[in-house]
Design a protein around this ligand. Structure first.
Ligand code: NAD
Length: 489
């Protein structure tokens, strides 16, 4: 398979100025996939300069024309869907069936949504003082730096670049060092459909070097970041130099609550998807399973049986339901949490080990892991980011709301119940950017996505995202107002 391995700067693919590269591995067996150019500050400077030069032209291009390019890109993504799915599966370990349906499908859908959105972002007129016309337009912020993690690299190109470009900003994106391949493929498609030079620049590099430099860069007017809460704090500090705008999509510790009146079969299925899809490497994973004590045993019987039956295997096999984690370092970190759980008196009910299959021995694999723990334990408080779910029980609504809200995060959470009053009441009390009732992990390009508290601030998707990438400009025109002199001379 051909991989694009060069930096994308000013519409061209180029090696890093010092020839440095990052080795990209296949998480299935840790074999070499590609050597990708590694951006350093000099390369980032070039990209920011290109984005700065491109901004006046792009920001004044008719919104419908900006939208048309995004729509063309969505079509190109679908036309190259199989290639993109293969790249994503090889690079991240996403099962190919998910890569085809979810990663490629949602990426195209999100670019298409923002393509359509480009000319729908309207200003307004304020009924202000007599004799004045006061109108408000939405202006693009300028050059936008975007830093994304390794868990959904393809999808995040669209979440981040879709609204930024639709709104008229120019972009310098740094993909994660572990998984840069699908974003470089998107760069190829952007060049193919005719994005003007410099409007988009995509530069893989290490977080502490290229990422930090981009976040500090005085020529960058906004930084949009998705990643861990720890790095989020560094981004805020780095942004202080020129007071750039910051948008943070950080970690989560999703509470997934099952009440005693729930449709248990649906809850089992949805809860397994909530934690095991993408090997649990999702900020919105339902990583804390909170079970009403009356149905806990019945639920667990079914849930464990389903978890044990999940087909863990080579991501390229169409039957695979769970692939490897994205890196060995991360797999070991997740395994480390089994030790943490044991030390705190938790019980590993299933999993906590690599699969027995010798064909998977060299990869970053882990079997679905279910751990009984107390809500205050570290495994119920810290983001594990793997196929690792903690299980605790509760007695009533008040107690479960307290448990659910009892972490530093506030990203996504869900509940399963047949009681309409309870569904809305609990949803109202959850401190969370997203709540799912009788479903989990739903997302749509039109629906605001993001968190509160330790999960960050700002929203992706919909009109909220367009507002994140624009600022309101209030223009006052004296139509026929008579202004009495302020200085009576
Ligand atoms: P990470 O914070 O280590 O890295 C994310 C990105 O930041 C990478 O591109 C990395 O190179 C870069 N980076 C690292 N240090 C940096 C620095 N000092 N300055 C600038 N950039 C730097 O996170 P990760 O381990 O790659 O990703 C997993 C995390 O992302 C999890 O916490 C997960 O919850 C979070 N996440 C959040 C969302 C959301 O929408 N809220 C979505 C997906 C993932």
């Amino acid at each position: 398979m051909h991989f694009q391995t060069k930096l994308f700067i000013n519409g061209e693919f180029a090696d890093a100025h010092d020839g440095a590269t990052i080795e990209v591995l296949n998480p299935h067996d840790n074999s070499h996939l590609a050597a990708v150019a590694e951006a350093k500050p000099t390369d980032i400077d070039q990209a920011v300069e290109a984005a700065t030069k491109a901004f006046p032209g792009w920001s004044t291009t008719a919104a419908a024309d900006r939208g048309r390019l995004l729509l063309k890109l969505a079509d190109a993504i679908e036309a190259h869907g199989e290639d993109l799915a293969q790249v994503e599966a090889l690079d991240t370990g996403h099962p190919i069936r998910d890569a085809r349906l979810l990663d490629v499908g949602r990426t195209a859908a999100t670019f298409r949504y923002f393509g359509g959105m480009a000319d729908k972002l309207e200003g307004f007129i304020v009924p202000a003082d007599s004799g004045f016309l006061n109108y408000v337009t939405r202006e693009p912020v300028g050059v936008v730096g975007q830093i994304v993690p390794w868990n959904f690299p393809l999808m995040f190109t669209s979440w981040k670049m879709g609204p930024a470009l639709a709104a008229g900003n120019t972009v310098v994106m740094k993909p994660a060092e572990l998984t840069p391949l699908s974003s470089l493929k998107i760069a190829e498609l952007m060049a193919e459909v005719g994005f003007p030079k410099g409007v988009v620049n995509i530069l893989p590099g290490y977080g502490a070097v290229a990422g930090q430099y981009l976040a500090e860069h005085p020529g960058v007017h906004k930084i949009a970041f998705t990643g861990s809460t720890v790095t989020g704090r560094k981004i805020v500090q780095a942004s202080a130099g020129n007071l750039k705008r910051v948008q943070l999509e950080l970690g989560g510790k999703g509470a997934n609550i099952v009440f005693d009146d729930a449709d248990i079969k649906a809850a089992i299925n949805g809860s397994a998807f909530a934690i095991f899809h993408n090997q649990g490497q999702a900020c919105i994973a339902g990583s804390r399973l909170l079970l009403h004590e009356k149905i806990a045993n019945q639920f667990l019987d079914g849930f464990l049986a389903l978890a044990k039956s999940i087909r863990v295997g080579n991501p390229l096999e169409p039957a695979t339901e769970m692939g490897p984690l994205t890196s060995m370092g991360h797999r070991d970190r997740v395994l480390g949490y089994c030790e943490v759980a044991r030390k705190e008196g938790g019980e590993i009910i299933i999993g906590g080990k690599a699969p027995d299959d010798p064909a998977l021995a060299k990869g970053c694999y882990l079997t679905p892991t279910v751990v009984c723990a107390k809500p205050q334990d570290r495994v119920c408080q810290e983001e594990v980011f793997g196929p690792f779910v903690s299980v605790s029980t509760f007695k009533d609504e008040d107690e479960v709301i307290k448990i659910a809200n009892g972490t530093a995060y506030g990203l996504g959470g869900g509940l399963w119940t047949r009681d309409l009053r309870r569904a809305h009441a609990v949803a109202r009390h959850l401190i969370s950017g997203m709540v799912w009732i009788n479903c989990y992990k739903r997302a749509h390009p039109g629906s605001p996505f993001g968190g509160v508290r330790g999960s960050g601030y700002g929203r992706e998707m919909g009109f909220d995202a367009m507002h994140e990438y624009t600022y309101p400009k209030s223009v006052w025109l004296n139509v026929d107002a008579s202004i009495p002199p302020f200085y009576k001379r």
